[in-house]
Design a protein around this ligand. Structure first.
Ligand SMILES: NC(=O)c1ccc[n+]([C@@H]2O[C@H](COP(=O)([O-])OP(=O)(O)OC[C@H]3O[C@@H](n4cnc5c(N)ncnc54)[C@H](O)[C@@H]3O)[C@@H](O)[C@H]2O)c1
Length: 339
C-alpha cells in the first residue's frame, strides 16, 4: 500500500479562527502537520506554535514561506491583507487555503485567482457551511432532483448575542463582506449553475443604533434575482440573544429542503419550568466538523495539486460580486445589477 504523504502546513494569522484552524491541522487531521506559524503581533506566532507543537514561528510572512519543506498555507489574517498574502504564497509555490472574504474588490479577486493559476497552485476559500452535514445533504437532494426546479432560496446568519464588538473597530460594510458573504456563497451553491442578475439590499443599525451615524450596520436583508428566475433572500443580524443561528431553505417546484438548527443537539430538557434545549453559542462549536472537513479537503487539494468539490477563487469572486452589489444597493437605496 502506498504511504500517504504528510502535507506540511504553515498558518498565517494566529488570531481567533487561525488558532482554531492551526489546532485542526495539528490535532484533528491525521495526514497533515502544522510546521510553522506566522503573525506580526509580538509573541502571537511563537505562543501558538509552542502550544500546538509547530517547529517554527515567524513575525514575517515572507520568511515563513521559505520554511524548509512547507507545502501549503492557511491565510487567516484580517480580510484587507488576504489578496497580497495570497499572491505572495502563490509566487512561492504553496497550496493556498484563504479565509473569506478572499478579496474586497473584484480587481483583487482577479489578481489572486490569476496568481494561483500562473503558479499552478490550488486555491480553496473558507466557505465552511458547504461541509455542514445538513447543508451538504440539502445540496445533494437538490442535485438528485428531489425538490424540482429551484424557485425560492433563503440563507441566514444571526451571530450569537449579546453583541460585544466595538463598532469603531469594525470596518465599514463588514456585515456584507464578512458575514453575509457566507450566505451569498450558500445561495449560489444551492442554486447550481444560476447567475445572480439583480440585488436589492436594506440594512440598519438596530443592535447599536448609536453607531449608525458612523456608518455601522448590524442588520441586513438582501434580495437576489437569478437568471433562472429564482429569487433568494439572505439576512443577517449581529446579536441573536438565543444563540448562533445559521439556517438555509430551498423551495422548489416539487418540494423543499430546510437546513440548520440552532439547538445544540436533540437532548431536550423537561423540568418544572417547561421544555428547553441548549443552543449553539460559538461558530467553532457549531461548525467543528465542517471546519475540520474543509481543511481535510484542502490537504487533499494540496496533495493532488487541484481543488475538487470545494469552493475556489472563482466561487469567492462570485460571492463578492453579490456583496459589492448589496453595498451599492444600500448606498443608492435601489436595486442594482450584479457585475
Ligand atoms: N469561515 C468562518 O466561519 C470564519 C470565522 C471567523 C473568522 N473568519 C475570517 O478569518 C479572518 C480572520 O478572522 P479572526 O477573527 O481570526 O481575526 P483576528 O483579528 O482574531 O486574527 C487575525 C490575526 O492576523 C494577524 N495578522 C494581521 N496582519 C497580518 C499579516 N500581514 N500577516 C500575518 N498575520 C497578520 C493578527 O495579528 C491577528 O493575530 C477574517 O477574514 C474573518 O472573516 C472566518
Amino acid at each position: 500500500m502506498t504511504k500517504v504523504k504528510t502535507v506540511n502546513v504553515g498558518l498565517i494569522g494566529a488570531g481567533r479562527i487561525g488558532s482554531f484552524h492551526g489546532e485542526s491541522v495539528a490535532r484533528r487531521l491525521v495526514d497533515a502537520e502544522l510546521v510553522a506559524v506566522a503573525d506580526p503581533a509580538p509573541g502571537a506566532a511563537a505562543k501558538l506554535a509552542d502550544a500546538l507543537g509547530a517547529d517554527a514561528s515567524y513575525t514575517d510572512v515572507a520568511e515563513m514561506l521559505s520554511h524548509p519543506g512547507l507545502d501549503a498555507v492557511i491565510i487567516a489574517t484580517p480580510a484587507r491583507f488576504h489578496t497580497n498574502i495570497l499572491v505572495q504564497a502563490a509566487e512561492a509555490g504553496k497550496a493556498i487555503f484563504c479565509e473569506k472574504p478572499m478579496a474586497l474588490t473584484l480587481e483583487d479577486a482577479d489578481r489572486g485567482i490569476a496568481a494561483a493559476k500562473a503558479a499552478g497552485v490550488p486555491l480553496q476559500v473558507g466557505f465552511n457551511r458547504r461541509w455542514d452535514q445538513a447543508f451538504f445533504e440539502g445540496r445533494a437532494a437538490i442535485d438528485a432532483g428531489k425538490i424540482g426546479a429551484v424557485q425560492l432560496i433563503r440563507s441566514l446568519t444571526r451571530d450569537p448575542g449579546p453583541f460585544g464588538g466595538d463598532p469603531d473597530s469594525i470596518p465599514l460594510w463588514t456585515i456584507f463582506y464578512e458575514t453575509l458573504i457566507h450566505d451569498f456563497d450558500t445561495l449560489l451553491w444551492l442554486n447550481p449553475g444560476a447567475k445572480p442578475v439583480e440585488v436589492f439590499a436594506m440594512a440598519g443599525a438596530l443592535v447599536r443604533p448609536d453607531a449608525r451615524d458612523k456608518g455601522f450596520l448590524d442588520t441586513a436583508v438582501v434580495n437576489i434575482r437569478f437568471d433562472n428566475g429564482s429569487i433568494a433572500v439572505a439576512e443577517a443580524n449581529f446579536s441573536a440573544m438565543y444563540g448562533y443561528d445559521i439556517r438555509g431553505e430551498v423551495f422548489g417546484s416539487g418540494g423543499m429542503v430546510t437546513m440548520g438548527d440552532v439547538r445544540r443537539s436533540s437532548m431536550t430538557l423537561f423540568d418544572a419550568t417547561g421544555v428547553s434545549n441548549d443552543t449553539w453559542r460559538r461558530d467553532t462549536d457549531h461548525f467543528v466538523q465542517a471546519y475540520t472537513a474543509q481543511l481535510a479537503s484542502f490537504v487533499e487539494a494540496a496533495r493532488r495539486g487541484v481543488v475538487q468539490n470545494a469552493p475556489t477563487g472563482a466561487d469567492a469572486r462570485n460571492a463578492l460580486a453579490i456583496a459589492l452589489a448589496a453595498i451599492e444597493s444600500v448606498s443608492r437605496k435601489q436595486p442594482v445589477p450584479v457585475s
